[in-house]
Design a protein around this ligand. Structure first.
Ligand code: ADP
Length: 192
C-alpha cells in the first residue's frame, strides 16, 4: 500500500491534481471537504453542524473529520492506497491518522506540499466560486478566513511529517500538466 497526503492551502490545486493522481496510481481519493459536502447535501445532523463552520471559513472539529476518515478506511479494505486531500488539517488530525494507518499496518509514504502565493489563491478561489456552487468560494472574507485558519492550524501538519522526512515541497503555480509531472516524479522516487 502507498498512501499520499496532498497538502497545501485552499486553492492550491489539490482537488485538480487528486483526480489525475488517483487515476494514474489506482488510489482511493479521500477528501474531507467532499465528504462533508456530501453530508450537507444529505442534510444529516453532522452536515448541518459542519455547514455553519464551513460557511464561516472555520475548521470543523477534529473528532468529526477523524470519524469520517476512520469509516472510509474501514469501507475500503481492498484499496491499493489512499490519497488524502484536505486532511489532516491539524496536528491532532495528523496523529490520529498515523494511529489509524498503523492499525492497518500501513503508513504515509509521502506528503506532497503545493506552494502558491496568497493573492493567487484568492484569485483562483473567487474564480472557482463563479462555477463551483460552493458558497465558501464566493465571499472574499470567507476565503481569507480559510487562509488564516490554514496558517494558524494547518501549516503545523507539514512540520509534523517533516520530523519523519516525509515532506516534499513543490511549486503549485504553472500549468496543471507541469505540476502533475512534478508530483508523479516525487511519488515514483518514494515508491521505489
Ligand atoms: P479548500 O481546501 O478549498 O478549503 P475543502 O473542500 O478541503 O476546500 O474544505 C472546505 C471546508 O471544509 C473547510 O474550510 C473546512 O471548514 C472544512 N474541512 C474540510 N476538511 C477539513 C478537516 N480535515 N478538518 C477540519 N475541517 C475541514
Amino acid at each position: 500500500m502507498f498512501n499520499i497526503i496532498l497538502f497545501g492551502p485552499p486553492g492550491s490545486g489539490k482537488g485538480t491534481q487528486s483526480e489525475q493522481l488517483i487515476a494514474k496510481y489506482g488510489l482511493k481519493h479521500l477528501s474531507t471537504g467532499d465528504l462533508l459536502r456530501s453530508e450537507i447535501a444529505r442534510q444529516t445532523p453532522l452536515g448541518l453542524e459542519a455547514k455553519n463552520l464551513m460557511d464561516k471559513g472555520q475548521l470543523v472539529p477534529d473528532e468529526v473529520v477523524v470519524g469520517m476518515i476512520a469509516s472510509a478506511l474501514d469501507a475500503n479494505p481492498q484499496a491499493r492506497g489512499f490519497l488524502f486531500d484536505g486532511f489532516p488539517r491539524t496536528a491532532a488530525q495528523s496523529e490520529s491518522l498515523d494511529k489509524l494507518l498503523r492499525l492497518k499496518n500501513t503508513e504515509i509514504g509521502v506528503v506532497l506540499a503545493l506552494e502558491v502565493g496568497e493573492e493567487e489563491l484568492v484569485k483562483r478561489l473567487l474564480n472557482r466560486g463563479l462555477t463551483s456552487g460552493r458558497s465558501d468560494d464566493t465571499n472574499e472574507e470567507v476565503i481569507r478566513a480559510r487562509i488564516v485558519e490554514y496558517k494558524q492550524k494547518t501549516t503545523v501538519v507539514a512540520d509534523y511529517y517533516k520530523q519523519f522526512n516525509k515532506v516534499v515541497h513543490l511549486k503549485g503555480e504553472g500549468t496543471v500538466e507541469e505540476i502533475f509531472a512534478g508530483l508523479c516524479s516525487e511519488i515514483e522516487n518514494r515508491m521505489s
